[in-house]
Design a protein around this ligand. Structure first.
Ligand code: ATP
Ligand code: MG
Length: 514
């Protein structure tokens, strides 16, 4: 990744941005000159710009940019977007009469940009179709349609139990290092099989972590249909603050043209901290946990922009997967509860499960998708109906029988079944399952194929299943992958394939000696 953009790049950005803004009333404006009173920590107090508006872009000495965050009678609290050394007390400031805009259009696909749309991957400028404001109103109620089409992630536990729909907002929440980013990246990578455009927004992440995400998508996914909007930990707080808004505007371009977009925001806890930092530095009154009072509204305003549009508006969709980090699993902290109430469900990742190597570490008891089954394909819904209940019962029974030996034979069967479900739901990274694979596995589970199959061998079976289905049940697999229905004959064929594969794996592997 190239180093931070220079102030010259900022001036060039402004010139390009202006070039695509229609009707330019600026020439008629008297050019008033403001002055920096005080500049530190990414904030400048500016006096003498009486015409400045909220969110207006301000131009500082050396061509670096900032925007007006607060307007007082005397002063403007401006957030700096470049690390310009030239900004010091007394240096001049001019208003631009424009709100912040980002370049949008197909030219961004495959690119890594900062929240102003300046390239970070190579020197070549981004080809923009237009420049859109980063703050845009969410679609009205009448402009929306029901969320009914699936976003297939390839991760069995999510697709079977907490299915995502196009236009849904699903929070990914968990402690540090519980696989939050990994799950989101797997979901992005799996979109290589769909028509969904992905926007990954990195806020305050380590540059190395962002690099790993980009490389994973380049190695396994369809990078030519992804945009990476990056404000890493070393970037000015102002840029980190802008990142999610800019990323949504970039994704909305596709939503508004009848296409489908998936936005991952990694992560909103850091964004909240940045918002708090900027608010405290511009002397806004602190509220709970020192966050300013508008933190809920800020994130609600952002996430409401995710929507499934009505057919009259083209039927496009924008799905949001915001990520939030918890401390010691405290879902009831301020920012997590805010985000849980804004979104349509949450996938909770648990550090104990993660440590026990049960990954993805999804806590099925606390996770929920409020759209869920309505967005699942009929075939997947048909085979995953009982899964959640069976698994929940198993988790409870396991707790009870841990100390007191096994109960009657019915309990033993339930526990055996549960252990197989757990093995099925444990899935390595970059090993997405297609809908047909998922349906075959769940149908076989329902039919009891795995009851006598050692759970330790399930990973091996899962690895070999796709190839087996493609040779023995190619037509059925193709139909199911395209969202087709599952009739009784196809179901039997799939179960047959899994049974034969299970037999061949079980006979090839000698049973472990006790
Ligand atoms: P942070 O809080 O630092 O952002 P995170 O919650 O985003 O962390 P990740 O960085 O995604 O967590 O994952 C942490 C580690 O767990 C990584 O090394 C990743 O490779 C590993 N990991 C994540 N998911 C899986 C999985 N399904 N199977 C095996 N390893 C996994
Ligand atoms: Mg992460």
């Amino acid at each position: 990744m190239t180093p931070n953009p220079t102030p010259e790049a900022g001036a060039a950005w402004l010139a390009r941005s202006r070039a695509t803004v229609a009707a330019e009333p600026l020439a008629a404006r008297a050019q008033t000159l403001g002055r920096v009173e005080h500049a530190a920590d990414g904030i400048a107090q500016v006096s003498g710009l009486p015409d400045a508006r909220l969110d207006e872009v301000l131009c500082f000495a050396g061509g670096s940019l900032g925007f007006a965050l607060t307007l007082d009678a005397e002063r403007i609290g401006a957030v700096l977007l470049d690390e310009g050394d030239a900004i010091e007390a007394g240096s001049p400031v001019t208003g631009t009469g424009e709100v912040l805009r980002v370049p949008v259009g197909p030219g961004l696909l495959g690119r890594v940009v900062d929240p102003m749309g300046r390239p970070l991957d190579r020197d070549e400028a981004v080809v923009a179709e237009a420049h859109m404001p980063i703050e845009r109103a969410a679609p009205a109620i009448a402009d929306r349609a029901l969320v009914t089409e699936p976003v297939h992630t390839g991760v069995l536990v999510v697709d079977a139990l907490f299915a995502l729909g196009r236009g849904q907002r699903e929070l990914i929440i968990g402690d540090r290092a519980t696989g939050k980013t990994s799950f989101a990246v797997d979901a992005i990578i799996n979109q290589k099989h769909s028509d969904i455009v992905c926007v990954y927004i990195a806020i305050g992440q380590r540059a190395n972590a962002v690099r790993q995400v980009i490389e994973a998508v380049r190695a396994h996914g369809a990078p030519e249909r992804c945009v990476f909007v990056v404000a890493s930990a070393a970037d000015p707080a102002g840029l980190q603050w802008l990142a999610p808004f800019a990323g949504f505007t970039i994704a909305e371009y596709f939503r508004d043209r009848g296409r489908h977009a998936l936005v991952v925001i990694d992560d909103l806890t850091k964004h909240a901290a940045t918002h708090r930092e900027l608010a405290l530095l511009t002397r806004q009154p602190p509220g709970r946990e020192a966050y300013p009072g508008d933190i809920f509204y800020l994130h609600a305003r952002l996430l409401e922009r995710a929507a499934k549009l009505s057919p009259e508006l083209g039927g496009g969709s924008l799905t949001a997967l915001p990520i939030a980090q918890t401390e010691a699993g405290a879902l009831s902290a301020y920012i997590p509860t805010n985000l849980i109430s804004i979104t349509d469900g949450q996938i909770v990742l648990d550090s104990h499960l993660f440590a026990a190597n049960l990954r993805p570490a999804v806590q099925v008891g606390l996770s929920v998708s409020r759209v869920g089954g309505k967005a699942q394909t009929h075939a997947l819904r048909a085979v995953s109906g009982r899964l959640r209940l069976d698994y929940a019962q198993f988790l409870e029974l396991e707790m009870f029988t841990r100390f007191g030996g096994l109960g009657d034979s019915r309990v033993r069967t339930q526990i055996a079944r549960g252990e197989r479900i757990r093995a099925l739901l444990t899935q390595p990274r970059f090993a997405a399952l297609r809908p047909a694979d998922q349906i075959a596995l769940l149908a076989a589970l329902d039919a009891g194929i795995f009851d006598a199959f050692p759970p330790a061998l399930i990973a091996e079976l899962r690895r070999r299943l796709a190839a087996q289905l493609d040779t023995e049940a190619a037509a059925q697999a193709k139909a199911l992958n395209a969202g087709g229905e599952l009739d009784a004959a196809a179901r039997d064929t799939l179960i047959g394939v899994v049974r034969r594969l299970a037999q061949s794996i079980a006979t090839a592997t000698p049973p472990a000696t006790p």
